[in-house]
Each structure stands twice: as C-alpha cells, then as structure tokens.
Design a protein around this ligand. Sequence first.
Ligand SMILES: [Zn+2]
Length: 365
Amino acid sequence: MLDTLRELTSLESPSLEKAPADHCCEFLADLWLQRGATVGIVKNEKRGNLLRVVWNPPAAQPRAQLFVLGHYDTVYPTGTLAKMPFRLDGGKAYGPGTFDMKGGIVQALFALDAIRELHLAAQKRIVFLWTSDEEIGSATSRKLLEEEAQRSEAVFVLEPSLGPRGLLKTSRKGVGEARLIVRGRPSHAGLAPEKGINAIHELAAQITRIEKWNNPRGGVSINADVVTGGSRTNVIAERAEATLDLRAWKETDMRALEKRLYALKPVHRGAKLDIRGGFDRPPLEPKHSAALFARAKSIARTLGFSLGEAAAGGGSDGNFTAALGVPTLDGLGAVGDGAHATHEHVVVDAMPQRAALLASLLTSC
Ligand SMILES: [Zn+2]
C-alpha cells in the first residue's frame, strides 16, 4: 500500500493543470486494469480526465450497483513535491495529497484486492469514479457523478476521515458562494460630493446587515471574505463588490439564507444591488448517512476497532449524491491530518484497516 501511495503521490495532479493530472489518471487506470476491472477514461476538455472503473462480481449478473467516489486532484501546484517530498516518519506517510485523498484511492484499490483474493461474497456491481476537479467545485464532473449516483443503491465517499480517531463524516454543511455587486454613481469627492452615490458605503451597510444573519449555534454562516471597490481617493466609488461564503447544516436554512440575500434592498438612495450565485453544494444531512453508518460501525466492531462519526463544516461531492436522496457515507478514506497544509499525512497502520472496512461494506450492502 505504501509503495502505491508513494508512486501515486509522486505524480502531482493539481486541479488546474490538465497535463500532469491526465498523466496521474493514466497511472491510476493501469492500477485498476491490473486488477481485472473494466476501465474507462472519460475525456475532459478543461480539467484532468475522469476515471470510471467497473467491477462485476464473478458470480451472477448483478442487478444492483454500489458507487465508490473520490477525486485524484490536489490543491498543490506542480513543483510542490520539491518542498514537500513523500516521506515516512513515525508511522505517518507525508506528502501533498496523501490524506486528501490519494490514501483513500489506495485503500479502495486494496479493498478490491481483498474482495477478489478472499472471494468475498460481492453481490453487486461496484463502480469507482475518480474525478479531477473536486478541489475547485466539481464543475466538470458533477453531472457524471450525479448520474452514477442515481444508478446506485449507496455511495461511499473516500474523502479523509476526521481527527486522530478517524471519524466518518455523517453530515456536511451545504456550501455556496455568492457575489454582492453594488453600483453607485461617481463624482468628484471635493467638488461635487453630493452628486455621487458611494458604492463602498452602500456595500459596507449591506455587509453590516448580512453579518447579523450569522447563527453559529444553528450552523448558519455568511461571510464577506473578499471585497473590492473604488478607483482612487478623490473619486466617490462607482462600484464595489463582495464575495460571500455561505454555509448551513440544513437545506431549509440554506434556502432561507438565499432568499434573504436575494431580497436585499439598497440603503442609499440610487444605489443598485446585483446579487449572483448561491449554494452549490447542498448539505449532507444525517438522514442520508445514518443507515450506512450503522452498518459501518457494526462491521468495524467485528474487525476489532470502534468507529465514530462527526459533522464536517466543509462540503464534498458526497453533498451532491446525498441531495439526490441516495444514501451516502463520507469520510471513508484515510486517517491522518493536515489536508491542504504542509504537514499533510496519513496514518500508515490505519490504511489496511480502512481498506478492510470498505471491502466489508462493499460485500455486505
Ligand atoms: Zn478531498
């Protein structure tokens, strides 16, 4: 498993660089081919190609399908390996993308090995999909992964687990991004200030209003995280814009927040508001994952470890599949820490354990 992880990590696969990503995709395709799976590379014009792998149990013609979902892209640009090489230290394997989520892909490969070599009683077709743009919002893979989810009885997402105990993610916040664009009227700040409408002042007033919608206890958050506006100090600002990060645990809260946002009215006379965007990943709510988690928990017990669950503030592609009503269990990937950070690593001893958990889930569902 470590050799595979080392090789996979050495093939840098940034979401925004197609050529190296495609190269990594081809390497992965070979690994699945070697395991007797049917492999299809789905061409992607802008981002790395997608890898769809189908494994049919040798026994009867399967009537149902299970779906294993993950991404091979990372947030690290080419060249990161030079500063952050793959290395083993104290039972941990460090390197860019090890935890999020190449370790998870390796676990899936070895889960299939276990199913094949131990002749575990798989009843259903297993489709694995490895996407290339999860870290940038999944614009070019969303359709395909949603179609695959709709054909499936359950979705297993190999995103990293949470914390040192490797908790599974049984709920995830819905996540969105909106733009609040203000148009005012420019004027000389000294000669004719009364003729201007200050877009920055208007935006500031709106942000003060929006800030009050935050409800930390209910898990609703709205934050202006990027603002731009104005041209120079003696000109009353004609335009200002804020990019807002939106998050909520519940779909009803998500809709309510969007509705409030789109209902904003200008504070300053003559200012114009233009609101765009909104939630793009709906929440993964516990009702989508509860049954699968209960099964995973009891399997873990028979494998000799206890499995916990947690809620995650960030979204993943599991949000999309859950929103379709397909049972989804997320966080089944590596145990480790430091996603998107210089100390990113996986806990080596947990890799075979999590692979065994996935193999058992895929043969008992
Ligand atoms: Zn990820």
